[in-house]
Design a binder for this molecule. Structure first.
Ligand code: GTP
Ligand code: MG
Length: 336
């Protein structure tokens, strides 16, 4: 079974937590990070943040892979490998594009214009397109980790092993989407892209889980349909800052239209909704759907029925996150 987890809004929907949960419950043979670069940070649980290695590191029995479509800053990836002591179970693809110091400088224009994070990911991809980027197999310090991720994943997939793929950012940052351009990231951010980032085809994917947060957040510039005023935000008592940038995120209401489009563009089979406890107080740590307040049950049921109408592939919302801990999760996978 190969599952891909992707973001449904502008990133930071809580994919790190969802991947961490799935990695601990489903015991995948491999957890694969696909796409993005060090600008895409994930929080697995409080204080456990990664930007390059898969959030699935949380399961000590899973092997970790970084797919070739991921842009790498060797210094950052090596630091994370050391911090989380995963050197004996991580593989980095020979083909990953490498960030060099000048890429960060060249990103300044994007930082100013579209609110990029400034880690050099976009300019490194530009050099890849111009065929002048260096790739992982040319970097001495990465040599102990180099593998062919496409071949590892396709072999494991043929042997029916569980594989969990972790996409990055979110549907609203897709490079090729004309509605969002130019406030987008340097690649598309849907499941097909992440499959291509690994080097497998769409038919190898069994499950596509789109993660939504109960409200919308956005770290960079660019339009948002609903945007809470500072007063509204304080009334709701929610504050968010970027994992990588530390910048205050703009927040707004759950965007149903965007959610519908994300379900279609990803041919999603399931969805996860996070942070319901932040939007609706008194639901913190709830593990049983029937114990959620009626307000949250209605909120989830309404989103569920709206999304189900959109796509024949979509089975429904399967995971609801009610807190930062991996245990704070309602898992409906067996009941739908
Ligand atoms: P992705 O980029 O999608 O992986 O999300 P992220 O991990 O970058 O999101 P963010 O940086 O916003 O981190 C989420 C924060 O909220 C972390 O501190 C998580 O531990 C926490 N979190 C995740 N899910 C929940 C939830 O359902 N409720 C609450 N209260 N906190 C959550
Ligand atoms: Mg993030």
């Amino acid at each position: 079974m190969l599952s891909i987890v992707v973001g449904g809004f502008y990133g930071d929907e809580g994919k790190g937590k969802v991947v961490g949960y799935l990695a601990s419950t489903d015991n995948p043979e491999f957890v694969v990070r696909a796409g993005g670069g060090p600008q895409a940070g994930h929080t697995v649980t409080e204080g456990k943040k990664v930007t390059q290695i898969p959030s699935g590191f949380i399961n000590p029995d899973s092997k970790l892979l970084i797919a070739r479509g991921t842009v790498i800053n060797p210094e950052v990836v090596l630091r994370e490998i050391e911090n989380y002591a995963v050197s004996n179970r991580i593989g980095i693809d020979y083909g990953c594009t490498i960030i060099q110091e000048e890429h960060k400088e060249r990103e300044q224009d994007l930082v100013n214009r579209v609110g990029s994070v400034g880690t050099g990911t976009g300019p490194a991809r530009v050099d890849r397109i111009l065929r002048k980027a260096i790739i992982a197999k040319e970097v001495e310090s990465l040599k102990p980790y180099l593998v062919d991720v496409a071949s590892e994943v396709s072999q494991a997939s043929s042997a029916n092993k569980n594989i969990l793929v972790e996409g990055v950012q979110g549907y609203g940052l897709s490079l090729l989407n004309y509605k969002f351009y130019p406030f987008v990231t340097s690649q598309d951010t849907t499941a097909s892209q992440f499959a291509a980032d690994i080097g497998i085809g769409p038919k190898a994917i069994d499950e596509i889980i789109v993660v939504f947060k109960s409200y919308v957040s956005r770290v960079g510039k660019g339009p948002m349909k609903s945007h809470w005023s500072e007063e509204e935000r304080q009334k709701k008592g929610i504050e968010e800052r970027g994992t990588v940038s530390g910048r205050l995120r703009r927040l707004g209401d759950f965007d149903k239209n965007m959610a519908k489009e994300a379900i279609i563009a990803n041919t999603a089979t399931a969805a996860a909704i996070t942070c319901v406890d932040r939007l609706f107080k008194d639901n913190s740590g709830v593990k049983d759907f029937n114990k959620l307040t009626l307000q949250v049950q209605d909120f989830i049921n309404e989103i569920n029925s709206t999304l189900k109408k959109e796509s024949p592939y979509f089975k429904g919302i399967t995971l609801i996150s009610t807190g930062p801990d991996l245990k704070d999760t309602i898992d409906l996978r067996r009941s739908i």
